[in-house]
Ligand binder design. Sequence first.
Ligand SMILES: C[S@@+](CC[C@H](N)C(=O)[O-])C[C@H]1O[C@@H](n2cnc3c(N)ncnc32)[C@H](O)[C@@H]1O
Length: 286
Amino acid sequence: MHVAVMPKESLELLAVRPDGVYIDATAGLGGHTALIAQRLTTGVLIANDRDAQSLEMARRNTEPWAERIRFHQGTFGELGQALAEAGFGKADGLLADLGVSRYQLTSPERGFSILADGPLDMRMDQSTGMTAADLVNHAAEKALADLIYQMGEERRARKVARAIVRARPIRSTLHLADVVERAVPRTGRLHPATRTFQALRMAVNDEPGELDRLLQAGPELLASGGRMVTISFMSLDDRKVKERFRELGRAGRAEILTRHPLQPAEEEVLRNAASRSAKLRAIQMK
Ligand SMILES: C[S@@+](CC[C@H](N)C(=O)[O-])C[C@H]1O[C@@H](n2cnc3c(N)ncnc32)[C@H](O)[C@@H]1O
C-alpha cells in the first residue's frame, strides 16, 4: 500500500465533510483517496489519475470504501468533465499531490528509473502521446538543451544535449543515464542524470502546462467555502502554486490558509524519505 504524504495535514486542511463532494486529482495508488473516503458518509469522492495502471491499483487499495468513490482516468484539464459525469456542478474540496508516484518512479518498465533498465517511456498515460525515446532520439539539440536547462534546472544542459545527440539512438534508461554521466561527471550526492530525467519526464507529460490548467480550472470547480490543497515536490511547482493562490487572494476570491507552506514533520521524513521535499499549500474559496 502506498504511503500518503502529509496525511494529517492534508486532511486537516481539506476539512472533509461527511456529506461533501471531493476530488482527488492525483489518486495514484489511492493513499489519500482512502483517507478521504473513510471520512465520507453520504458524500462522494472522485478519484482521478491519468495513469490507468495506478488507477487500477487505487481501486484495489480502496475497496472497502468503493461505494463512495467514482474513479476517472483523465488529466487536470478534464476534472470539470469528471465532476459533471459524476453528476455534480461544484465540489467542496480538491486535493492535488503533484508529480509521479514511487510506483511509477521505481517500475523499470515505465521508464522513469535511473537505476533499473527499461524502455525510455516516461508517459504517465501510456495510451497516448510522445515518449521520452521520441524526444531523446529526435528533438533538435538546441531544443533538448533548452528543456533540460529550464525544466531540469541543469546548468550543464548544453553538454548533456550534445552528448545525447552524439550517442543516438539511445535505447533504454540505463543507456541514457550512462551517456549523461559520461558527459557531466558527478559533483554531489545526486546522480548526474537526475535533472535530465526530471526534465524529460516533465516535458513528456507536459507537467508545467498541466499544473497551469489545474491552477486555473481547479478553483472554478469549487463551491463557496470549498478548499483546494496542493502538495508540490519541486520548487518550480510550489512557486506557481504560491503565485496563483496569492492572485486569488488579492482578487478577493479565496482566503489563503497557509501563509507559509507546510512541510512534513521530521518524524514523517524519517519514515518516508520521499516526503522530504513536500510543500503543502491550501486555500478556501469565498
Ligand atoms: C505523487 S502521486 C499521488 C499519490 C497519491 N496521492 C497516493 O497517496 O497514492 C501523483 C499521481 O498524479 C498523477 N498525475 C500527475 N500529473 C497528472 C495530471 N496532469 N493529470 C492526472 N493525473 C496526474 C500521476 O500519474 C501519479 O499517479
